[in-house]
Design a protein around this ligand. Structure first.
Ligand code: FMN
Length: 222
């Protein structure tokens, strides 16, 4: 697959077939993705690759915690408050998802059910939890972003689909407990990964992008 094609075709996958992903395949994907750049090649990332019984236990524990909002969620990196234009883009995605899933905007139960599905990695057969040592700072997060994109792109070559996910890592204390990750690690984000269920219309959702002119400030170009 050519690079442009891979970037253009990638989209978040939020429904998976139950078929397991082999350890060997995941290992291959990560071996390739680890070619991601990092500042002075410090390679600050660490990750847990979870499947089988440990994933089933993790999903259950996350769902139980997420269903109970007391005490409030305390992610290792606080969730931002979205002002405009970010809030508009965020809501457009949300309404797009609710539209495909036939979830009325005022149906709190169906919204909660969808949220809990997300917290449980959309039933993916495997999940990757990405974290870094607390001694590092924002630069390491940027490096993990590079790695994440490499994983998402490489997965396609193996006919896999994936979704970057902050929802499960909203509850780092659950992940720490279930996987034995020490408090010295900052749990950043996760990736649900598996074979896409192409019969589910949610996987055909194509998110929008604002045009280049919205983001680009050009200097000295003709
Ligand atoms: C750091 C990060 C966290 C995300 N968390 C979630 C999530 O919790 N649930 C979800 O459905 N999608 C999540 N996404 C996926 C985004 O919604 C998605 O990338 C965006 O809408 C663009 O759509 P696309 O990936 O299909 O191009 C996340 C993406 C990133 C980069």
């Amino acid at each position: 697959m050519e690079v442009i094609d891979a970037i253009w075709r990638r989209a978040s996958i939020r429904s998976f077939k139950p078929d397991p992903v082999s350890k060997e395949t995941l290992h291959q994907i990560l071996e390739i993705a680890l070619r991601a750049p990092s500042w002075t090649n410090v390679q600050p990332w660490e990750f847990a690759i979870v499947g089988g019984e440990p994933l089933a236990r993790l999903k259950k524990a996350l769902a139980e915690r997420a269903a109970n909002q007391d005490p409030p969620a305390k992610p290792d990196i606080p969730w931002p408050v979205f002002l405009e234009p970010y809030d508009r883009r965020r809501k457009e995605l949300g309404y797009g998802i609710y539209g495909v899933k036939n979830i009325p905007r005022d149906d709190q139960q169906k919204k909660l059910d969808w949220y809990l599905k997300g917290v449980q990695f959309f039933d993916a057969p495997a999940a990757i939890i990405l974290y870094v040592d607390r001694s590092l700072n924002e630069w390491a997060i940027l490096d993990v972003g590079h790695l994440s994109m490499c994983i998402l792109l490489t997965a396609q070559e193996f006919k896999l689909g994936a979704c970057s996910q902050a929802a499960p890592t909203r509850f780092p204390e659950v992940i720490r407990k279930e996987l034995g990750i020490p408090d010295s690690k900052l749990i950043l984000t996760s990736i649900a990964i598996g074979y896409p269920n192409r019969d589910d219309p949610i996987n055909s959702l194509r998110s929008t992008r604002d045009p280049v002119e919205k983001f680009a400030h050009c200097y000295g170009l003709d």
